[in-house]
Design a protein around this ligand. Sequence first.
Ligand SMILES: [Zn+2]
Length: 435
Amino acid sequence: MRYCARCTFPENARPTIIFDEEGICSGCRVAESKQTINWEEREVWLKELLEEYKAKAREEGNPYDCIIPVSGGKDSHYQVYLAKEVYGMNPLLVTYNHCFNLPLGVRNLRNLVRRFDCDLIRVTTGLDKAKKLSRYMLKKCGDVTWHYHCGIFTYPFQVAVEKKIPLILWGDHARSELTGQFRLEDLPEFTKWCRQQYDMRGIEVDDIVNDPESGLTYQDMAPFMFPDDDPMEEVGVRGIYMGTYVEWDALKITRHLVEKCGFKIAQSKRDKTFNLYHKIDDHANGVHDYLKYLKFGYGRATDHTAEEIRCGRMTREEGVELVKQYDSVRPETLDTYLDFLGFSEEEFEKLVDNQRDPAIWEKDNDDRWLAKHSIATSDTTSNNMLEAARIPLVNEEDRTFGKNNRHYYYSKHFEKIPHINDRFVLDDDDEFLVL
Ligand SMILES: [Zn+2]
């Protein structure tokens, strides 16, 4: 197994990753490209595009000029902040509620609606259906959060067609940012093909309903039915990623939202990562990341260390230590999950057996799974390549665990620091419970 000479990604990273002749991965190259993109020019393009849709909505008497799919996390907050406060749009927010919310996630979604005074449509999947889908998808593709992705990449399109709102504004283009599947230079937009292939792992509603093992009907799958081509074309539905027009620096964005917009981040140690602001809305993420480890031998700490290294806030060696510390951890929330799904841990692991990547996993003499490779134990990247791939580090205080970022990442000193969010308790006892 090869590992990127700059970050911590393995060559079996999903969905796809390419290593060049210098041993540097496509995700690192996309991060590099952000330095040479002319962001001012792109912002002008974005403003022109938004003005066009604003004028169209006015002409047609539609009160909303765009849809923003939101979960309540930092990206949703920033999308709405930009659209509403910077570009003067009147977005309709759309949420797919997957039922696995943490109190912090619900609190942040409530903050989003209050702070930006936006209208929100939220569809909630019945709990039994969520359970059936999670159980089925665990067996089928080892993904208990399939309905999250399918819901948020489908329901906003139903609303777009129904309310005749052609423009959908997404946040960053995650597949470019992480593993560099697309180049930001090409301004990738939402495609039905990517939704099907990657977000839904190639599994369509018909496949599920036609499989008697799923126990699900078309009625159960209502929020997941993607509109037909004809009404989509009639409305002219188009999804753009704001992160391809505006530089999407996750830490900078989060800092702005915490300080100015009442957004709250996690305030205690997390099982699967040192990062306290990514994916903090729901409790299934730890299980999702654990499954990724069981299948491909890496997890969320790999994603997050790669991001830190690419921003010059962390060395690769520091990243490897964190990957070692977090990626293989069994999350505490797994117990909640097993209870909910009605599986024993043994059954759960057995279901993933045939999905384990043979390039990583093998059985030992006692029939237990053993990871043959990890960046901490079997990295063969030469010193010359590592040195050539390094990028300059930022100032000490701006490093990941530096003074200026101490509320945003967990380290062993974390609990002793008064939390930044304590200054921004706004609405936890609010009598106007918007959600
Ligand atoms: Zn890399």
